[in-house]
Design a protein around this ligand. Structure first.
Ligand code: HEC
Length: 136
């Protein structure tokens, strides 16, 4: 077999391999869906708990950094306000105006130290009535 034939067939195989792509289903435009973990609705885009105030929190609080900075913390309302003031002082966070209350309502409700819905997404409550026993 001539060298030109070998080159030709290798070329055919390579082109064939390159043009074979499994077709992916077209799911249409991306809309941020909600996935449900037990009773807590989590926003798939940010991982934050879904709630009517979430849109405001997303627009005010995820422009500079990931929502993970919210997810990693639990503060009281005063604690969250303190963080906001801190970002305003040192990190060019703007005046939230009337949306400050909406954002704080949301953060206090879902990301407070004891907020009900966040518990499921964060940690379990401390165990009560532990029965200790001696190992032999
Ligand atoms: C203008 C930009 C900007 C916006 C908007 C912003 N932040 Fe921040 N935020 C920062 C910067 C910068 C840091 C420091 C990041 C670091 O330490 O790596 C930060 C840190 C944080 C932290 C961590 C604080 C700590 O003690 O470590 C939290 C929590 C937080 N932001 C929450 C929020 C919330 C809630 C909002 C919405 C009200 C918000 N951020 C909006 C800039 C911003």
């Amino acid at each position: 077999m001539k060298i030109i034939n070998i080159v030709f067939w290798i070329g055919c195989v390579l082109i064939g391999m390159a043009s074979f792509r499994p077709s992916l289903p077209d799911n249409g435009p991306y809309v941020s869906p909600s996935v449900s973990a037990d009773t807590v609705k989590i926003d798939a885009e940010t991982g934050l708990i879904n709630d009517p105030n979430l849109m405001m929190v997303k627009s005010q609080c995820t422009a500079c950094h990931s929502s993970k900075l919210i997810l990693q913390h639990r503060f009281t309302r005063a604690g969250w306000l303190e963080r906001i003031r801190w970002m305003q002082k040192y990190h060019k966070l703007w005046d939230l105006g009337e949306s400050e209350k909406v954002v704080l309502d949301y953060l206090e409700k879902h990301y407070g130290p004891q907020s009900g819905e966040a518990k499921a997404a964060f940690r379990r409550a401390p165990l009560k009535k532990i029965q200790w026993y001696k190992l032999d």
